[in-house]
Design a protein around this ligand. Structure first.
Ligand code: TXA
Ligand code: MG
Length: 338
């Protein structure tokens, strides 16, 4: 398959919308990460997303809408908490899980009776949804198991020859996937942390639970609330080990383990103290900067031939919870206490 590289301009977005209307696949920029989009109401097109990514058949997709009016036909009901959260955070990096209506094909939800819905804020994503005239099913636009794409080049690296088009909308502002919250159970549960933080959500709807899988490996035999939690995720080819300790202990450990192929995934403040090759993922006290850079740096570790990456452990407050959640998965939960 020939993959067209499109630009962020009206005629290219119109061409991409046309591809979607004809059942094709388009990688699109969103404010979080790039998504691999197809018409969510076309079961055949959605099936092709799973093939293009090599995605497991039991890992459901998020449906993207541009307007509130697109929501009611997709869901059985809209809980009051969902209305409050939409008012506070949509359009934006928040995904809410509803009871699904029969209008949503089973292939989107992998047979689950719930559906994940998000209204992105990125103007290109919004224009594509509007011009295609349908909600778009879109997982992150990477090969399954790998690191989510935050630039068009990442999508080109992973999906050339596998999708109809890739729209280059520049780097993603947030850099990590959306916050996912389940609202159709007895109590709201945070399934995946993101740029919209637990604290921000609690300021709107009161206290919420955090799913065990956010910070801990799944125990054998436990069925995750969010199927995506059970897969190896965000993993570069290099082995990643997280070092939990202060700046001084980190620098000392890393410098003592200098060997060819070893790199430090560190904060800006660490740079002057390190004597091995570094990949800098933001500032120690600025989780948003870490979120923006983390996935790009994990991909660079592979490009630069790293075999072992020692990552500085991020703080787990606010957006930091999302950064830590992704890094723990990239490291397969391998943490050394310093
Ligand atoms: O920011 C994002 O959310 C990006 C952009 C493209 O919008 N999309 C994204 O999709 O990250 P994906 O497929 O990589 O992650 C979707 C996550 C998976 O962990 C999946 O298991 C979970 O959402 N999910 C989807 N539908 C669900 C449902 N009905 N119940 C529980 N979890 C669900
Ligand atoms: Mg993904």
């Amino acid at each position: 398959m020939q993959t067209q590289i499109l630009k962020d301009n009206p005629s290219d977005i119109a061409a991409a919308a046309d591809i979607i209307k004809h059942g094709g696949l388009v990688a699109m920029p969103t404010e979080t990460v790039y998504g691999l989009a197809a018409d969510a109401l076309n079961a055949e097109a959605v099936r092709n997303i799973f093939i293009a990514k090599g995605r497991a058949q039991d890992n459901p997709l998020i449906v993207h809408i541009a307007e509130w009016a697109q929501l009611p036909p997709l869901v059985m009901d809209i809980p009051q908490q969902a209305q409050q959260l939409a008012k506070a955070f949509w359009p934006g990096p928040l995904t809410m899980i509803f009871r699904k209506s029969p209008a949503v094909p089973d292939v989107v939800t992998c047979g689950m009776n719930t559906v994940a819905i998000r209204m992105p804020s990125h103007p290109v994503a919004r224009a594509l949804i509007t011009q295609a005239g349908v909600p778009l099913a879109a997982p992150s636009a990477n090969l399954s198991g790998g690191v989510s794409p935050v630039t068009a080049q990442h999508c080109i690296d992973d999906l050339t020859g596998r999708v109809d088009a890739i729209i280059d909308g520049g780097p993603c502002r947030v850099g990590l996937e959306s916050t996912v919250i389940l609202l159709c159970g007895t109590q709201p549960v945070l399934l995946r942390p993101g740029f919209v933080t637990k604290e921000q959500i609690e300021a709107v709807i009161g206290s919420i639970q955090v799913d065990d899988a956010v910070l801990h490996p799944l125990r054998d035999g436990v069925r995750p609330a969010s199927p995506g939690m059970k897969y190896k995720h965000y993993a570069p080819k290099a082995k990643v080990v997280i070092l939990n300790g202060g700046a001084q202990a980190y620098a000392q450990y890393v410098n003592q383990h200098a060997e060819p192929g070893v790199m430090a995934l560190c904060f800006e403040e660490d740079l002057p103290n390190l004597q091995i090759p570094t990949l800098c993922y933001g500032r120690a006290s600025d989780a948003a900067s870490q979120a923006t850079l983390l996935f790009d740096m994990l991909r660079r570790a592979d490009e630069q031939g790293a075999t072992l990456v020692y990552a500085r452990m991020p703080d787990s407050h606010g957006v930091g919870l999302a950064v830590l959640n992704r890094l723990l998965r990239a490291a397969a939960f391998d943490v050394i206490q310093l």
